[in-house]
Design a protein around this ligand. Structure first.
Ligand code: PEP
Ligand code: MG
Length: 554
């Protein structure tokens, strides 16, 4: 029995046999034709690959759809295509040219400072492998799992996960990779437990067919667990199953604490599919729609396309409130053709400031959102507002968009509510002023509020211990925002990842928050925690688990 520690990427506890995919390097027996013939073969393979991706995309959901879209866009990328063309022109066969260009292109992306772009190198490898497979005439690089197994590899690609029959992939463990990779995102969406970054020693030891225990949340991986450990896992799984069955009734139950305090649980989403899932899990609505994901699909939607997307989101929410955040471009969220390199992206031109610097982009989105407001309960908020100046500038753009729509005779809801994310300490400190200038609601983004309060980049593992989600400083800033909101009589929500942690969610409710927006698959867990919370009993000094009472010996 050997234990290893990695980084949590997708929740779950699972035990099963290891599956190690064979990553053959082809090349033997390839026949090289003349450059013009090789070029024609390559062009045809690209068309076929795009077609396959399009078909996969039609069956995919949510983030998977976006990734497949992104991979199609990669096959139109001039730098990649020209690189392949150059190798073919000097005599390489088309498959070898694709392999060569892919490795150079992926390496370049891997060395980019930005974590998001670095992760996209996996998509380059993935999509090029598809083209090479076509050129080599061998079947798709499908993972041939003959029994439910845990996939162990140096790195897992999105198409690896998507190629497996439902139920066959029990878990994913990789020696490299990161929790922000597309594969990790897909694993999360599909509910497949995953741990990344275990290192090469693990990969050397993990043999095909060996039994593996994967406790994702703890980042623990045990190779060949002994009988006692296996028995303990079986008991934990049995308990989890009973727990999940017990919690199922919570889907339809209104969320309130034991003493009857109502808490609204919204979901964080990126499009209609996530919204449908969240609604099925009982979400009261959407507290954060990250609209910038619309721009990361390799296309640039115009006003009409955006309008239709927002209306689709409203339909998916079936009458529940949808809170759309205007484009939060910048930092790790780069958009081709819009983003400029920055020395310190976390402190660069981000969020609403980016949009203010590109008024046409902002105007298009605001017009689309205003028009969608005529179709259902919508509200709109701005990301990365630093203070009242940003707020006023953004609202001036709203006034311009409203005027333009009136001139065009387009319908919109005159009462559409606009709010502000509170994710920079300066905004929390001046929340009262922002409210006094007409802000309709606050949504506290703890992911960024923590990084800016503690000066610790949220993507940088080296400063992870300084990224203190639950520090007194962060609590004070949340408290100030809440107080400012209460004084102004406007709603205050928390939509950062911290609200998806049941214990922190309960603490926020103790602090006075009554609206939380969380990751869809955490809805029942958080609701369960809150329904077991008794604010009245705690206030009356009754025992609160884990806390010694006044006068009581700890
Ligand atoms: C946040 O900062 O908490 C937030 C919700 O925004 P994002 O994670 O998209 O930056
Ligand atoms: Mg943020």
């Amino acid at each position: 029995m050997q234990k290893y520690k990695g980084t949590f990427a997708s929740e779950g506890l699972v035990m099963g046999p290891i599956y190690r995919p064979e990553r053959q390097t082809m090349g033997l027996g390839r026949v090289v034709h003349g450059p013009s013939q090789e070029r024609a073969l390559f062009d045809a393979a690209v068309v076929l690959a795009r077609d396959e991706l399009r078909q996969l995309q039609q069956k995919a959901k949510g983030e998977q759809k976006d990734i497949l879209h992104f991979q199609q866009a990669l096959l139109e990328d001039r730098t990649l295509i020209d690189e392949v063309g150059d190798y073919i022109a000097v005599g390489a066969d088309s498959a070898a040219a694709v392999e060569r260009a892919a490795s150079i292109f992926a390496r370049t992306l891997k060395n980019v400072d930005d974590a998001y772009i670095r992760e996209r190198s996996a998509d380059v490898v993935d999509v090029c492998r598809r083209v090479v497979d076509i050129l080599d005439g061998r079947p798709r690089g499908k993972l041939e799992l003959t029994r439910p197994s845990i996939l162990v590899a140096d790195q897992v690609l999105p198409s690896d996960i998507l190629s497996v029959e439902p139920g066959m992939l029990l878990g994913i463990v990789t020696s490299s990779g990161s929790a922000q990779s597309h594969a990790s995102i897909i694993a999360g969406v599909m509910g497949i437990p995953a741990v990344v970054g275990l290192g090469s020693a693990f990969l050397d030891a993990a043999m095909d067919g060996a039994t593996l225990l994967l406790d994702a949340e703890a980042g623990d991986v045990v190779l060949e667990p002994d009988e006692a450990v296996q028995e303990a896992v079986r008991r934990r799984l049995q308990k989890q199953q009973e727990r999940a069955e017990e919690m199922d009734w919570l889907r339809g139950a209104p969320c309130h604490t034991k003493d009857g305090t109502a808490v609204r649980l919204f979901a964080n989403c990126s499009g209609p599919q996530d919204i449908e899932t969240a609604v099925e899990l009982g979400a009261d609505g959407v507290g954060l729609l990250r609209s910038e994901f619309l721009l990361m699909k390799g296309q640039f939607p115009d006003e009409e396309e955006q309008y239709r997307f927002y209306v689709d989101c409203l339909r998916a929410a079936r009458g529940r409130l949808v809170t759309v955040r205007t484009f939060d471009i910048g930092a790790d969220k780069l958009v081709d053709g819009l983003s400029e390199p920055e020395a310190n992206p976390a402190l660069g031109l981000r969020g609403v400031r980016f949009c203010l610097a590109r008024p046409e982009l902002f105007h298009t989105q605001l017009c689309a959102l205003l028009r969608a407001s005529a179709e259902g309960p919508l509200r709109v908020m701005f990301p990365m507002v630093g203070g009242v100046e940003d707020w006023r500038e953004a609202m001036a753009c709203v006034a311009t968009a409203r005027a333009a729509l009136r001139t065009r005779g387009a319908a919109f809801d005159e009462q559409l509510l606009f709010g502000s994310m509170i994710e920079i300490p300066s905004a929390a400190l001046t929340a009262g002023q922002i409210a006094a200038h007409g802000c309709g609601f606050f949504s506290i983004g703890t992911n960024d509020l923590v990084q800016y309060t503690h000066g610790a980049d949220r993507l940088e593992p080296g400063v992870a211990r300084y990224y203190r989600e639950d520090s007194p400083a962060v609590r004070m800033l949340i408290g100030m925002t809440l107080e400012a909101g209460q004084k102004a009589g406007i709603p205050v929500c928390i939509c950062g990842q911290t609200a998806s942690d049941p214990a922190l969610a309960a603490d926020y409710v103790r602090q006075g928050l009554r609206i939380l927006s969380i990751t869809g698959n955490r809805l029942l867990k958080v609701k369960n925690e809150l329904m077991n919370l008794d604010l009245a009993a705690e206030a009356a000094g009754a025992a609160r688990p884990g806390f010694a009472q006044a006068g009581e010996r700890p």
